[in-house]
Design a protein around this ligand. Structure first.
Ligand SMILES: NC(=O)c1ccc[n+]([C@@H]2O[C@H](COP(=O)([O-])OP(=O)(O)OC[C@H]3O[C@@H](n4cnc5c(N)ncnc54)[C@H](O)[C@@H]3O)[C@@H](O)[C@H]2O)c1
Length: 392
């Protein structure tokens, strides 16, 4: 089952209903079924019997709903995740977190008779307390945004569920008018998921990465290898890539797969942005720098002798595939360079990420995911470096 969770006012019911329509699946709304079972509105039950009694009835109903199984889309009430038994039961399903800012949540929930949206301070406390619970159960993260985005995200949510890869997470990325999936998990390159872009794939990588990881990208129609290192992030290398793409027969119906660190990501992204006036690029970052930072946000380009990153284009990827197993071959010095980015990102994010990184905990998949979410959040708010993105 795809189970939609999120705080009050996140739009879970509408989003789940729309996802169900796109995927031709039934939709079950826990709150609506609960009201039918209670024989009264949730507000009235809450006011008459109190929160504890309500949570007990809710737990019973939601556990029953989740045990029903079967292909379906389910939306839960905002507080259902407070139950440890429900959180455990969610482990058997694909959980979609509908994200919402505190300000939007309050604006949507306040003044509608909702018992938990009467006092602003209590509302805010609950918002922060629940954030960690939502993150704990979420397999997919849908940012606040236009509600039509669920129509584009739904097929990827279905694929995520079908893949059944433990630990696999999906972030739905938005930047300007572009939207795309970011998939983070061990085995993302293993072919368990349908490839996230149409047309033939032309890999661009550097010789070092190509030797160890190019074979992991399924069904490449062509491969271009450039020499490794920043000094090759030049227009001359871009020209060599463009010409290799021509020689290998890449067309406007095809796309580039940028497999490597930030140098390959920037250069291959730039080549894709400009080849035949622009073809899609799928970013497959293989350094820690690229997995926590440079693969997101669509900045592509090359260096000039006069200055770094002086020629380029914004070109949002069609998808980003982050497989942390690629880091196994990364030299220690490159890990250290990536760690600096992790610390920078954690400082920007604050909260739970900073607590972990600041305490010196090792960088694991969860930290990579949290860094990716932070960077995507900054990019969504400011794609073109107008203000907030300059913190990066
Ligand atoms: N576009 C953005 O938003 C953005 C943000 C930050 C940095 N950048 C750019 O990123 C670049 C730096 O990226 P980087 O630090 O990833 O360096 P890099 O791409 O040069 O990679 C570092 C080295 O590691 C090797 N390597 C990569 N992955 C490997 C793997 N899995 N196993 C073994 N070796 C591997 C590469 O061959 C290279 O020699 C800079 O050019 C910088 O301008 C871009």
């Amino acid at each position: 089952m795809l189970v939609f969770v999120g705080f009050m006012g996140a739009g879970k019911t509408t989003l789940a209903r729309d996802a169900a329509a796109v995927l031709h699946l039934p939709h079950h709304d826990a709150d609506r079924e609960l009201e039918a079972a209670l024989g009264s509105s949730i507000e009235a039950f809450f006011d008459r019997h109190g929160e504890a009694a309500f949570r007990a009835r809710e737990e019973e109903l939601v556990l029953g709903l989740l045990a029903r199984g079967g292909p379906a889309v389910v939306s839960l009430g905002g507080g259902a995740v407070e139950s440890p038994r429900i959180r455990r039961a969610l482990g058997a399903h694909t959980v979609v977190l509908c994200e919402v800012s505190l300000a939007t949540a309050w604006q949507r929930a306040h003044g509608r008779g909702r018992p938990l949206a009467r006092d602003r301070a209590a509302f805010e406390r609950r918002f922060h307390e629940r954030a960690a619970l939502y993150e704990q159960v979420a397999d997919a993260f849908l940012p606040e945004g236009p509600k039509e985005q669920i129509r584009r995200a739904a097929p990827f949510l279905r694929d995520l569920e079908a893949a059944g890869l433990p630990g696999l997470r999906l972030l739905w990325a938005r930047a300007g008018r572009s939207e795309h999936p970011v998939l983070v998990g061990r085995g993302v390159l293993g072919g368990a998921l349908p490839w996230p872009a149409r047309g033939r794939r032309f890999g661009v990588t550097d010789e070092t990465v190509g030797a160890v990881h190019a074979g992991r990208v399924p069904d490449l129609a062509g491969l271009v290898e450039i020499p490794p290192g920043e000094r090759h992030k030049t227009l001359a290398t871009a020209q060599a890539v463009w010409q290799a793409l021509v020689a290998q027969g890449a067309t406007r119906a095809d796309h580039v797969v940028a497999l490597g660190g930030g140098v390959v990501g920037d250069l291959a992204g730039f080549c894709a942005a400009t080849y035949q006036r622009g073809i899609p690029v799928v970013q497959v970052p293989t350094t820690l720098v690229a997995q926590v930072d440079s693969a997101y946000g669509g900045k592509t380009g090359v260096d000039l002798p006069e200055a770094k990153n002086y020629v380029g284009a914004y070109h949002q990827p069609a998808a980003v595939l982050v497989d942390p197993t690629t880091l196994a071959t990364l030299p220690a010095a490159e890990h250290a360079a990536g760690y600096a980015e992790v610390v920078k990102t954690a400082l920007i994010a604050g909260g739970a990420l900073w607590e972990r990184v600041g305490a010196g905990e090792p960088v694991d998949d969860a930290v990579i995911l949290a860094c990716a979410r932070t960077k995507l959040g900054v990019v969504a708010a400011d794609e073109r470096d107008g203000g907030l993105r300059q913190v990066l």
